[in-house]
Structures are given as structure tokens and as C-alpha cells.
Design a protein around this ligand. Structure first.
Ligand code: 48N
Length: 307
């Protein structure tokens, strides 16, 4: 862990110099829903410093990560959980453009709430402890948010995972390796609200996170869908996008899982972003391939790191 940022003396006195406060003892704290509920005392600066110290220490520490995962949808989160639990030694940093992570996995299809997952991807539900109804060849989770919130909580409770939401990847770091081959070596980041407003202000420069492996799971729609695949084209590392094809569940799901791979040195694509890169079919409202592709991406990442 990088050295913690040192902050000015945090004794209580330094807070009350500005605005003297009536001292309140800890003994006044009381959780009483029938009488008087009393909180422990706090100073506003303590709240600010508690956030600043932790957030910017983690930004400092994760400026060099082992694996960056772009996109906290069902594929990105499945990948993060599989990688973090199998390789607790890795510094895994997730970047999610939305304030709310989860991507398209908060609903099933056409705003309906049940989520369909085809076997064998139901194995992952048992690993997470997500209940479901068994329909034979597939299972149904009663609410997509039950899957996504459970997965999200499991990912965020992994000690080696840091997630920065409301943070967009707005470019890739691309280096020439020792043999002169181009390889992805990290990501270029900015607060999403800044990324979305580059046309309203000039020169709001980004930040960077370097990592030997970047896993892009930015989906196929939304304001930044298929971000890395599109960037490969504009950076000259991919001739053209394959463009996602029409819906065919039985073709789409195995194609996405089996096609999950390192598409250029240092960059793995997973989930629906891959359908835009490869031109594979879409599967519509069934999520087993997002789970399988995410888990396969985690194995691809360890293959790269171990070679
Ligand atoms: O849920 P998505 O969009 O992507 P996946 O691949 O995890 O899951 C796709 C799945 O929900 C489907 O589309 C289903 C199966 N339907 C298929 C079909 O046929 O329609 O998550 C991508 C995440 C989102 O949360 C985005 O906000 C985020 O990636 N994101 C980014 N985060 C950071 N920087 C970026 N440049 C960026 N672009 C997207």
C-alpha cells in the first residue's frame, strides 16, 4: 500500500478553532426510537477529511494497478469477482462511468424485472448465493437487481478490489513494447461529467492508470458503449468494427463466451462489447453469456500475467 497522504493535525482542537462548538461527550450517544435519538458529535471537516484521505490515497495507490476492468456491468463484475477471489494478490481497479454501477443488469428485458440465465451459468448463482427458480434448461432470478446487487456487494467486499464509479475511461494508454509492437498499457480517465463536457470547456485534461492488463466490458449501448473496440479502430489497431448482428440466443451466447480473448496485446474484451468487435449476434434478455464471458476474461487475464 502506498504511503498514506499526511494531513494536518487532526486533533479535535484544530476543528473547533474556526467555529467553537459546545463540547458533547460520547456518553450522550443514544439509539432510542421511543425517546430521544442522539448521535455522537462530529465536525464537518472530519467528514470531508475521512473521504478525501481514503479516496485520494486509493487513487495514489491505484495509479499503478495489476488489472483494470472498464465497465461494471454483468460481464465486468463477474470478471472482477472471479479474478479477485482467485487472485487476492492482484490490485484490481474497476472504472465505471455511471454513478450507479451494474450496467444493463438491473432489469431483465423490456423493463421487466425477472432475469433469465441459461445453464450452466447458474453455477455462478450458487457460488454467490443468489436464489432462483429452476426451469430446466434455464433458471430465473426473481429480480435482476437481486443478482446485480449481490454480485456488486461480493465484488466490493474483496480487499484487493477498488471501484471508481462516475469515472470514465476516455482513452487507452498504448505503448510500443520491447519488440516495437503496440500494446495497451493502461487507461486514460476523467470524471464522467468532465468527459461528457469536453465540448463545452477546453483542456480539461485526464488522468491515467497504468496496468499490464486492461479488461474492457463497456457493453454495446449507452453513451460510451463498446468504448475500447471503437478506440482500437480510431487508433489504427483494428481495421473496422464487426458490428453486433441480429438476435439469435443459441448462437450469440456461446460465441461471446468462447470468443472472449486478448484482442490486442494487453487488452481483453468481454461481454457485449465483444459482439461489436467481432460482429457476433446479440442474445437479448438472457445473461448467462455475460457471466461466462466475464469469468473467461478473468482466466485470460491470469494467463497474460503469468506468462
Ligand atoms: O451491462 P453493460 O452494458 O455491458 P455487459 O457486457 O456487462 O452486459 C451486457 C448486457 O447487459 C446486455 O446487453 C444484455 C445481455 N443484452 C444483450 C442484447 O442483445 O441486448 O455494462 C457496461 C458498463 C456500463 O455500466 C457503462 O456505464 C460502463 O460499462 N461503461 C464505461 N465505464 C467507464 N468508461 C467507459 N468508457 C465506459 N463505457 C461504458
Amino acid at each position: 500500500m502506498a504511503p498514506a497522504l499526511t494531513l494536518p493535525d487532526e486533533t479535535h482542537d484544530s476543528y473547533t478553532k474556526a467555529i467553537p462548538q459546545k463540547p458533547v461527550s460520547q456518553a450522550d450517544v443514544q439509539e432510542d426510537y421511543h425517546g430521544e435519538y442522539r448521535f455522537a458529535p462530529i465536525e464537518e471537516a472530519q467528514v470531508s477529511r475521512a473521504m478525501i484521505k481514503r479516496y485520494f490515497n486509493q487513487m495514489y495507490d491505484r495509479a499503478i494497478s495489476d488489472v483494470v476492468i472498464v465497465g461494471a456491468g454483468s460481464a465486468g463484475l463477474s470478471c472482477a469477482y472471479s479474478l479477485a477471489t482467485r487472485r487476492p494478490d492482484l490490485k484490481i481497479t474497476i472504472l465505471e462511468a455511471n454513478v450507479a454501477p451494474g450496467g444493463g443488469a438491473w432489469l431483465g428485458g423490456q423493463l421487466m424485472t425477472p432475469m433469465v440465465i441459461r445453464k450452466p451459468a447458474d453455477n455462478f448463482l450458487r457460488e454467490l448465493g443468489v436464489p432462483y427458480e429452476d426451469e430446466g434448461n434455464f433458471v430465473v432470478v426473481k429480480h435482476a437487481a437481486l443478482f446485480t446487487s449481490t454480485l456488486l456487494s461480493k465484488v466490493l467486499s474483496q480487499p484487493n478490489v477498488v471501484m471508481m464509479n462516475a469515472t470514465a475511461v476516455e482513452d487507452l494508454i498504448i505503448h510500443a513494447d520491447y519488440a516495437g509492437n503496440q500494446r495497451v498499457a493502461g487507461v486514460v480517465t476523467n470524471w464522467t461529467l468532465v468527459s461528457l463536457n469536453h465540448d463545452t470547456q477546453s483542456c480539461m485534461d485526464p488522468n491515467t492508470i497504468t496496468a499490464p492488463v486492461v479488461i474492457s466490458a463497456t457493453g454495446h449501448d449507452g453513451p460510451m458503449g463498446a468504448f475500447s473496440a471503437k478506440r482500437l479502430v480510431s487508433a489504427g489497431l483494428l481495421k473496422e468494427l464487426g458490428n453486433m448482428r441480429g438476435l439469435d440466443m443459441n448462437r450469440a451466447e456461446p460465441a461471446i463466451v468462447n470468443g472472449t480473448r486478448e484482442v490486442v496485446p494487453g487488452l481483453i474484451l468481454t461481454g457485449m462489447e465483444l459482439s461489436e468487435h467481432d460482429g457476433s449476434n446479440r442474445m437479448g434478455p438472457t445473461f448467462g453469456a455475460m457471466i461466462g464471458s466475464g469469468i473467461k476474461a478473468s482466466w485470460e487475464a491470469t494467463r497474460i500475467l503469468e506468462n
